[in-house]
Design a protein around this ligand. Structure first.
Ligand SMILES: Cc1cc2nc3c(=O)[nH]c(=O)nc-3n(C[C@H](O)[C@H](O)[C@H](O)COP(=O)(O)OP(=O)(O)OC[C@H]3O[C@@H](n4cnc5c(N)ncnc54)[C@H](O)[C@@H]3O)c2cc1C
Length: 234
């Protein structure tokens, strides 16, 4: 069993080796990994796993990846955006194959989580939409109509993970890098934040800062904003 400690609802975990059961390319730079774990610990949407790669000489590199799967899914799903010269994302995108084993630790995080029971808004940029995919899948499982509202942005549709699923869920989707494109603004966030208990914001440091400021400018209480930044690791 990988679970070693439970304190205030936060579960500490050990490393384990999962098996890649499916690799689903989503666009030229995005791939979903579906992984079977020997010791699956229930997660809440918003949590993440750490993936650790170990070279033959013992060198290791670890990176965090948000969970995209719903708690009800029998496999763990992560979504990786391949970054130029990215050490870990490049390996996961270019080298990893179905049937390979991969070392992971999780689920991690007790702050940026949604249990599916309170009205919430998710605001995501680029690969920062991944935790909201877990949230929307959980919302669909629980069937609480309208409890989760989403607004997301990316440079292009190809750079938006799970674009079809987000659009069919009813997320507000804006593109910054297409002709006539724009950024998420007060006309999107105003209606989105009405009546919600918590606003979850996830994306690059710049995106997270701009969206947090916008929420507070719209008089949304800062104490009810939860932010996850996808900055460079280390
Ligand atoms: C809690 C958390 C959850 C995350 N979830 C996801 C996820 O679901 N999907 C996902 O694809 N990534 C996610 N990330 C980012 C991920 O952990 C790595 O930072 C990313 O995959 C890059 O690692 P790398 O080894 O490929 O790049 P590196 O070799 O570390 O860096 C390569 C180049 O990219 C730059 N860079 C590194 N990270 C980023 C970044 N995040 N954005 C822009 N430039 C960067 C570096 O400065 C460098 O120039 C998450 C990060 C955190 C902290």
């Amino acid at each position: 069993m990988t679970e070693i400690e439970v304190s205030d609802g936060v579960v500490a975990t050990r490393w384990q080796r999962g098996t890649v059961r499916e690799l689903r390319p989503m666009s030229p730079d995005l791939v979903a990994l579906r992984i079977e774990l020997p010791d699956r610990i229930p997660h809440l949407p918003g949590q993440h796993y750490v993936v650790r790669l170990t070279a033959e000489d013992g060198y290791t590199a670890s990176r965090s990846y948000s969970i995209a799967s719903a708690p009800s899914d029998e496999l763990l799903e992560l979504c990786v955006e391949r970054l130029p010269d990215g050490e870990v994302s490049g390996y996961l995108y270019d080298v990893l194959e179905v049937g390979d084993e991969i070392e992971v630790r999780g689920p991690i995080g007790g702050w940026f989580v949604w249990d599916g029971r309170t009205p919430a808004a998710g605001i995501g940029g680029g690969s920062g939409v991944v935790p909201f995919v877990s949230m929307l899948r959980h919302a669909r499982d629980l069937n609480p109509a309208g409890l989760l509202k989403l607004a997301v942005s990316a440079r292009t549709t190809q750079q938006l993970p799970y674009a079809d699923e987000l659009i069919s869920y009813g997320a507000t989707v804006v593109m910054t890098g297409m002709p006539g494109g724009r950024r998420l603004d007060a006309t999107d966030l105003g209606p989105l934040l009405g009546g919600v208990a918590t606003a979850y914001i996830c994306g690059s440091a710049g995106f997270a800062e701009a969206m947090s400021r916008l929420a507070v400018d719209l008089d949304f209480p800062a104490a009810q904003v939860k932010v996850e930044r996808f900055g460079p690791t280390g």
